[in-house]
Design a protein around this ligand. Structure first.
Ligand code: TAP
Length: 475
């Protein structure tokens, strides 16, 4: 392995305040209760800032502000709304470096990813949906589709600003107003986004950000004056939310967990497949809902592929997320690290063989080495449950039909990958895989024009593309 000198990105570009309030009606306000939380850098356990915890009364204030703003925002011509959203997109581009550093500090993801993947996609989402704002009548949802009203949005910690963009951009383009709750462990880029809304002169109340933990999210979802609920997170919480809104008039989209199969046939370009496997499960420490966490490899090439994969994994660098050479950053929280450890231990106890490259682990912070399990049976917990960490479970197959059976043998259905040189086999597989996205000779490719969402316990509704508008329109 080559040795590189450290290449740390400077954190001087970010200005983290010691303490943050709530962003309601275009102003920073103190929460009505006493609640305060701390957000830490998972790579060092250093406290980054103190953040307000919104209670029910605070959520109510935010929803009222959004309701009032809805009158103004929904009446504005789409071309005017577009100007604000384009402005937001441009400010995000201008401040991309600062936002990338902030994301890496709060989340633990490598700067290479926040800089080259998250931030460009965040800006692209706002640009894309800004373009739709004055063309809604041509989107295929009737001649004059109307916004729904106030959208209550709850997002997870794995792609904090990108999940915000997926939710906020289409909501605003369609004329809705927003109350958004970021995850407890990663509130900082959402709070920076609040500043961006002010910088863009967005009318007060169009976007409101309420920080806090699960109970704040539950209050947003349950508020009677919320018209639309958009949630990304675990299937477990998705179920609670579906129960909480059942019987109400609220429109709901749920983007939940996954246990995707990445399927490699014997005729595939194996070196390329190895890169796709690494990107599929070790990108963002495996904290990816559509991660290719189950590798299905055709038996005839299993040994060759695994040797190549292990050689490649031995070159990955784990460490300081702000170092530009880092491939694997920190696990987002102590709780998530405990979950990854528990499931990996269960894999060993159930008889799978565990392998990790020799990889020094920093003393402070939350870390888990890239890990591969071979000899995995379909009944093992590591083949069935979402680990949401840098852990790959390897299974083999002999025929395409067996690959389809095994790939679909999961309660989830968010994504899949297929590696083969044969176009006919690719199409045969894609039409049989029960997954919202099937990647062909690639993995984890995202684009704002492309819809994304799941089957079965991976949720319902689509985000992105023209389809993503439907969730925010009365159609
Ligand atoms: P969750 O624990 O479900 O948390 C998601 C969000 O919901 C957080 O903001 C959380 O707040 C909040 N929340 C917790 N309990 C709630 C309740 N009872 N009512 C309303 N909101 C509540 O998920 P996570 O661990 O953060 O994220 C990982 C999961 O998200 C994985 O399963 C992953 O697959 C999924 N995910 C899916 C997608 C798509 S697009 N399908 C994308 C990314 C992630 P706190 O965190 O502050 O407690």
């Amino acid at each position: 392995m080559f040795e590189y000198a450290p290449a740390p990105e400077s954190r001087d570009i970010v200005d983290i305040k010691p303490s943050y309030g709530l962003f309601i009606n275009g102003e920073w306000v103190e929460p009505l209760g006493e609640g305060r939380d701390k957000t830490v850098n998972p790579a060092s356990e250093e406290v980054l800032a103190e953040v307000a915890v919104a209670g029910e009364a605070d959520v109510d204030r935010a929803v009222q502000a959004a309701r009032k703003a809805f009158t103004v925002w929904s009446a504005m011509p789409g071309s005017e709304r577009a100007k604000y959203i384009f402005r937001i997109a441009r400010i995000i581009q201008e401040r991309a470096r600062e936002l990338a550093v902030l994301e890496s500090l709060d989340n633990g993801k490598p700067i290479r990813e926040s800089r080259d993947v998250d931030l460009p996609l965040v800006a692209a989402h706002f640009f894309y949906y800004a373009g739709w704002a004055d063309k809604l009548s041509y989107a295929g949802f009737g001649p004059s589709p109307q916004p729904l009203g106030v959208a209550g949005q709850v997002i997870p910690w794995n792609f904090p600003l990108l999940m915000l963009a997926w939710k906020v951009a289409p909501a605003l383009a369609c004329g809705n107003t927003v109350v958004l709750k970021p995850a407890e462990t990663t509130p900082l880029t959402a709070l920076a986004f609040a500043e961006i809304c002010r910088q863009a002169d967005l009318p007060p109340g169009v976007v409101n950000i309420v920080t806090g933990a699960g109970s704040t999210g539950a209050a947003v979802v349950a508020h009677p004056d919320v018209d639309k609920v958009a949630f990304t997170g675990s299937t477990e919480v998705g179920r609670l939310i579906a129960r909480s809104v059942a019987g109400s008039r609220k429109k709901v989209t749920l983007e939940l967990g996954g246990k995707a199969a990445n399927i490699v046939f014997e005729d595939a370009a194996l070196d390329q497949a190895v890169e796709g496997i690494v990107n599929g499960i070790f990108f963002n420490q495996g904290h990816v809902c559509c991660a290719g966490s189950r590798l299905l490899v055709q038996e005839s090439v299993a040994e060759e592929l695994l040797d190549a994969l292990k050689r490649r994994l031995s070159t990955l660098r784990l460490g300081d997320p702000l170092d530009k050479n880092t491939d694997i950053g920190a696990i987002n929280s102590a709780a998530q690290l405990a979950k990854i450890r528990e499931l990996s231990d269960a894999g060993e106890a159930e008889g799978a063989e565990r392998w990790s490259p020799a990889c020094p682990i920093p003393d402070k912070g939350f870390w888990f080495p890239p890990t591969v399990f071979t000899g995995v049976a379909q009944s093992h917990r590591i083949a069935r449950e979402e680990i949401f960490g840098p852990v790959l479970s390897v299974l083999t197959f002999r025929t395409p039909a067996e690959a389809v059976e095994k790939a679909n043998n999961t309660p989830y259905g968010l994504s899949a990958g297929v590696w083969t040189e044969k176009g006919s086999l690719m199409l045969w597989m894609a039409s049989r895989l029960r997954a919202g996205v099937v990647w062909s000779n690639t993995f984890n490719k995202f684009d704002p024009t492309s819809p994304f969402g799941g089957y079965k316990e991976s949720g319902y509704g689509r985000e992105g593309g023209r389809h993503g508008l439907e969730a925010y329109l009365a159609v």
